[in-house]
Design a protein around this ligand. Structure first.
Ligand code: ZN
Ligand code: ZN
Length: 119
């Protein structure tokens, strides 16, 4: 019978677990009641009585493989100076400001900024 094969397989697996030391002397495991609290007792003895919190990872940048920083607008990789929308689209660099006025070749003495006057 298929069910007998199923329980026979579970018993074989259980025997392997016993040989690996995964069951204690209070083990409740019986054929056809293939459950016990050995794992629970081991976990609680280690002090784990509450389910752990999940740490949701932000997507990884595929250039540096660092986790991106996320906020309401999207994802940023500071290492690569890159930004993406929250759905991963519209990737662009954050250090590209388009057309900037180049510094003049001849050094022009500019008047001091207001805060430098009082320094
Ligand atoms: Zn057990
Ligand atoms: Zn990166």
């Amino acid at each position: 019978m298929i069910l007998d094969d199923y329980f026979a397989r579970l018993e074989t697996e259980h025997q392997a677990e016993v040989e690996r030391g995964e069951h204690d002397l209070q083990c409740e495991w019986r054929p056809r009641q293939c459950m016990c609290h050995c794992s629970k007792r081991r976990r609680e003895a280690a002090g784990h009585t509450e389910p752990p919190e999940l740490d949701w990872q932000a997507p990884l940048c595929t250039r540096c493989w660092n986790e991106t920083e996320s906020d309401a607008d999207g994802y940023t990789c500071d290492t690569c100076s890159a930004f993406w929308n929250h759905d991963g689209t519209f990737g662009h660099f954050t250090d590209d400001y388009g057309e900037l006025t180049p510094r003049p070749i001849i050094d022009v003495q500019l008047p001091p900024l207001p805060e430098e006057v009082h320094a």
